[in-house]
Design a protein around this ligand. Structure first.
Ligand SMILES: [Zn+2]
Ligand SMILES: [Zn+2]
Length: 141
């Protein structure tokens, strides 16, 4: 069984996408915050800016909510696992799975220009038909 989040505060990433294809596909993807490698209790979160009280979104390090231990964000993100609940846009198969939360460069067709462009995406395969499902990173506009 894939572990489900109880609240958004447990998560470092969450997305819900509609996937167009032969079937009405969709995918829900979530990634739990990493557990502190020092105290093994706290969750690693973005440091909070003391002036604004808001998380520093561009911080290079994450800090433990329990003991204050800090670690490089890239090291932590390399170990994260994504939980996925999906309906395959190719065959309609519904399943849950876990994959390493690693993005790959993929070629996508831009619906506006009709040209191929490169994007970062989390890619996983349908357990039933092997269709490759791509969850692209949302581009900043
Ligand atoms: Zn800790
Ligand atoms: Zn499928």
């Amino acid at each position: 069984m894939v572990e489900k989040p109880k609240s958004m505060s447990e998560l470092t990433y969450y997305t819900f996408r509609s996937l167009k294809g032969k079937k009405d596909g969709k995918a829900k993807v979530w990634v739990f915050k990493a557990t502190c490698s020092k105290c093994k209790k706290g969750k690693m979160s973005k440091p909070v800016d003391p002036k604004t009280g808001k998380p520093k979104t561009r911080a290079k390090e994450l800090v433990c909510e329990n003991c204050g231990f800090t670690e490089d964000k890239n090291i932590i993100e390399d170990q994260l696992i994504a939980g996925i609940e999906y309906t395959c846009p190719e065959c309609g198969h519904q399943a849950e799975k876990e994959v390493p939360f690693k993005r790959k460069k993929v070629q996508l067709l831009d619906p506006k220009t009709g040209k191929k462009k490169s994007a970062d995406a989390l890619v996983f395969e349908c357990d039933n038909c092997g269709f490759s499902i791509k969850i692209t990173k949302k581009m900043k506009q």
